[in-house]
Design a protein. Sequence first.
Length: 268
Amino acid sequence: MTASAGEQERFLRDFHGRNPGVTARAMARGPSYDAVVREVAGATRVLDLGCGDGHLLERLVGPGRRSFGIDLSEVELAAGAARGCRAGLMQGRAHALPLRDACVDAVVSHLAFTLMHDPDGVVVEVARVLAGGGRFVAVVGGGPRGDAAGDAFTGLLELAAPLVRKAAVPRLGDVRARSDAGLRALFAPARGWSSLRVDELPIDLSGSPDEVWEVLAGSYELDGVDATSVADLRARFLARCDRWRRSDGAIACGLAARLMVATRVARE
Ligand SMILES: C[S@@+](CC[C@H](N)C(=O)[O-])C[C@H]1O[C@@H](n2cnc3c(N)ncnc32)[C@H](O)[C@@H]1O
């Protein structure tokens, strides 16, 4: 379903208002937060765009560094503050950052840039707040990696397809943020970027049947499916789990993502 910018933001605010911390709970076992942290090792002023409950910010806090995050969802930010997140947390939209020009050395975004409508507008804002030579580091994508025979995520989406169609969750973001060619167009030299690196970032979230269900049950696709149907889906998923069991006993669950690093041209 194609949704307007306003509908997408309303959906995201509403979803995260009901499910604060959902992404961090699902992804914390995987490698993707640390992959971002490594890329901004030298930066002293770091902005997390779409920071959710501040899980990544907590990993970024360190001596001599000022870290802060911006998110649409007041509830996500409140969850971070209640947990004692030591970074600054601000409510705002990526398309209109409440920040002055060239005030940060790095902007990071973990599975958030990829959800944003009008990524051109976001890229302009990111370029504006980055100091010359600063980096935008984002984890984008996050869809299933394997096929239904070998991977529980794809298998669950297949099981859930009839329910998901009825739930009619809006399609989020812009396809350009999910492909190499699209990212190259968004971060082109003509737009003030001196380089772009895009690496495959396979995210292995394999684990026990319950751990894997926890990862998948938080996906946007299942929002709007009624509680009885979700309970039934969970029972059918757990009954099938053995077909995705690896030789080490874990249920195979992989996400396909990319780590992108774009560098802003040095300012004159
Ligand atoms: C999948 S969650 C990721 C949260 C966090 N980065 C993490 O990985 O734990 C996406 C987050 O992006 C935020 N978001 C989406 N679009 C946004 C926008 N245009 N401006 C600010 N935040 C946005 C949502 O509110 C949500 O908290």
